[in-house]
Design a protein around this ligand. Structure first.
Ligand SMILES: Cc1cc2nc3c(=O)[nH]c(=O)nc-3n(C[C@H](O)[C@H](O)[C@H](O)COP(=O)(O)O)c2cc1C
Length: 404
């Protein structure tokens, strides 16, 4: 008896459910490993993979290691505050939950779970055009700040209609994705013959048998459709993503189109997918209130620059004329602190929350966000900064170079 109570006092046992699993994860990479074990392989690879040789995908995260902190000590860091202002609104941390299409394939609550978790954490959530929950369903999920990501379809009436719906549903901001003139070749999806929504072919069924929790959730979750466009463009049928995109997306999109969006949207416009200083300047010249330095998480052009490498030169080129969001490769709170030090206003996260969603549904998203925010707080305390305003360029230096 005494032995059991001693054991109880030193060990906390966790049950087999989601919370037990999640409580054993120490960081976002651990959530990725759990998601890998829970999701069918094709689905995990759809989320995890990138274009061609995945050089950009790997480089996005690795590039954060090119910067080290220049920590300062003996500063009173008993209170550390991660809150910040982004596009006129106060946020709990400089983090945006970036848009990801087909989120319901990771968990049946999909975008609703992600939007709720973002709202709880005081962060904005951006719904994708290719969301699997509609503009209105996500708006009804909670009071948090919502952005809508726009892909430009050939059918401009359909785009205008989505913008009207987003405005009516209270979305504050649009993110105009400009890096998808054609679809990047994601070779993991090619090899697996992956379709969206997923076809319940023999391979998926066999894979699903070894992932019973996901399969049960998938089967009871109802049909997965492109909820924002279902009915208009054959949203309910299973297609390969590349066929769908080449039939619907408008590759003639150009800078002149920003004026069209300005006519149809009165709130802030954020251009997502800027990959050069020259285009950052053009976006600002065309009046973009924000830009997302992003290569679509390495899913489009392989060998494009890591967003973190663009932050300082873009800030230098555009000054304070626009809001800069660094999007791609963020797996640690320290990555966010580095991006802010180099000149970003905030960071976008994609896979970090999708791994959480795949690992444990909505509480997995809470866990992923919580990890990033607490890592930010710890990094700030250890580096000697108390708030976002104190994170300035002298907090980082190129790795191996010690400033004098
Ligand atoms: C599974 C998945 C789906 C995505 N779908 C979209 C999308 O529909 N629209 C879009 O603009 N970006 C999309 N993205 C890109 C993200 O918005 C974001 O730019 C990217 O995930 C950031 O990189 P990270 O995953 O390393 O954080 C997607 C990314 C992933 C991983």
């Amino acid at each position: 008896m005494a032995l059991i109570s001693t054991l109880r006092s030193v060990a906390r046992f966790s049950g087999p459910g989601g919370r037990g699993r999640l409580s054993r994860a120490a960081n976002v990479d651990d959530l990725r490993a759990i998601a890998k074990g829970r999701l069918p392989r094709g689905i995990f690879d759809y989320i995890d993979g990138g274009a061609e040789d995945e050089t950009t995908l790997a480089g996005n995260s690795a590039a954060f290691n090119d910067w080290s902190f220049v920590p300062r000590i003996m500063r009173d860091v008993s209170e550390v505050d991660t809150s910040t202002e982004l596009l006129g609104q106060r946020r709990a941390a400089p983090i945006l939950l970036s848009p990801t299409g087909f989120t319901r394939i990771a968990d049946s609550d999909g975008e609703i779970a992600v939007a709720r978790a973002a709202a709880r954490a005081g962060l904005p959530f951006c719904l994708s055009t290719l969301g699997t929950r509609s503009i209105e369903e996500v708006a009804a999920a909670g009071a948090g700040d919502k952005w809508f990501q726009v892909y430009v379809w050939r059918d401009r009436d359909l785009v205008a209609d989505m913008l009207t719906r987003a405005r009516a549903a209270g979305y504050s901001t649009i993110a105009l994705t400009v890096d998808t003139a054609v679809l990047g070749r994601r070779e993991r999806d090619v090899r697996r013959g992956f379709t969206l929504p997923p076809k319940l072919g023999l391979g998926t069924v066999i894979d699903g048998l070894t992932r019973p929790a996901w399969t049960w959730d998938f089967l009871r979750g109802g049909e997965i459709t492109f909820a924002n466009v279902a009915g208009s463009v054959g949203g309910g049928t299973a297609v390969t993503l590349s066929d769908f995109i080449s039939s619907q997306f408008d590759p003639s999109l150009s800078w002149d189109d920003i004026a069209w969006f300005r006519e149809h949207w009165s709130g802030p416009i954020v251009v997502k997918g800027i990959q050069s200083v020259a285009d950052a300047r053009l976006a600002v010249d065309h009046g973009a209130e924000g830009i997302m330095l992003s290569n679509h998480g390495g899913r489009q052009l392989d060998h494009s620059p890591a967003p973190i490498h663009l932050v300082a030169p873009v800030r230098e080129a555009v000054g304070d004329r626009t809001t800069i969001i660094c999007d791609g490769g963020i797996r640690r709170g320290s990555d966010i602190v580095k991006a802010i030090a180099l000149g970003a206003d905030a960071c976008g996260i994609g896979r970090a929350y999708l791994y959480g969603l795949g690992a444990g549904g909505e509480s997995g998203v809470d866990t992923a966000i919580g990890m990033l925010v607490s890592e930010m707080q710890r990094t700030m305390a250890l580096a000697g900064v108390r708030n976002i305003g104190e994170i300035t360029c002298d907090l980082v230096a190129p790795r191996g170079r010690i400033p004098r």
